[in-house]
Design a protein around this ligand. Sequence first.
Ligand code: FAD
Length: 319
Amino acid sequence: EKIGPVLADDDGPVVYSFEYLTPKPSHAGPDAVVDTIARMAAYAPAFCDLTWRPQPPYPEITLSLATRMQALPGVETNLHLTSLSMSLASIDYALATARAAGIRNILALRGDPPEKPGGENAFNSAIDLVRHIRATHGDYFCITVAGYPEAHPCKFPEGSDRATKEGYESDLAYLKEKVEAGADLIITQLFFDASIFLKFLDDCRRIGIKCPIIPGILPITTYRNFKFMTETCKTMVPPEVREKVEELKGDNTALGEYGVELATAMCRELVGRGVRALHFYTMNKDGPAVRVLQNLGLLAGEDTGKVMIPRQFEIEKRL
Ligand code: FAD
């Protein structure tokens, strides 16, 4: 089913979703991810995202994984798709394959510019991909687009770790255009300060973006991943968070505990301020997101010690 209507219900229960990475093309990769998704489906996520990498052989791996995912009970797939490093024919093939698998949700992205120039780029912006999906598939798909609470890093002046006010405003105006081109939902880039998301949400509403805006939450798991994600996304890390992460960097267990604690506090603030949906970047691990939801008392299930048994009525309510 399309995920838009579930998320548009402002008075409904707080819902959550899980994002998974397309794994490297090793034999065990996709099977292990399917197992994780199947296990986590028991917690009744509103939907599950699968990321896209345009370089072969990833598109085939992703499409096959997405097809298996969509066939799992309780999983509504939100398939990512990029427009850079993809030919128009391969985009159309991906959309047709998704549709044949019963997938009704696409996260339309431009993607990052390829390291090596050359190759085909069907569209140079997510807007054109959104328009293309609408032109070729009408309303069949619920379309999500990416939002950047700190602005997209391309709006950061050379050598700066923050966007200028003008850059931030032009990024917002561009996001509004993406929605007007036919997007139904926005999922945001990760952040480590709830007030950054809340300000972004207010700013989006101020300029007339009306669709649901879902915060993307990354519970910190390992130091390596934290460094990689925050450096790639140029995320603002509050000094006290940076200090703590540096202090715990030799101990991934303690760092993981802190990651869950920090994400719990951030989500508690967001939910307290009326946010009705939380999107978790799982990095293909079930522990952290599930523990955050447990801490918040939002997990659709009962803690029976080790295994979480979902309560049927809650699942029905959410799906
Ligand atoms: P666009 O929305 O097309 O544009 C990016 C930025 O360019 C805009 O924010 C804007 O600042 C600027 N811009 C472009 N055109 C204009 C204009 N006309 N006027 C003003 N500004 C303009 N990457 C992957 O490779 N695979 C994934 O699965 C993936 N999933 C993601 C999921 C989420 C929720 C997010 C937030 C990001 C994801 N990314 C993924 C990363 C994303 O591909 C990169 O951030 C990429 O650089 C931008 O893609 P976009 O769709 O946001 O681009």
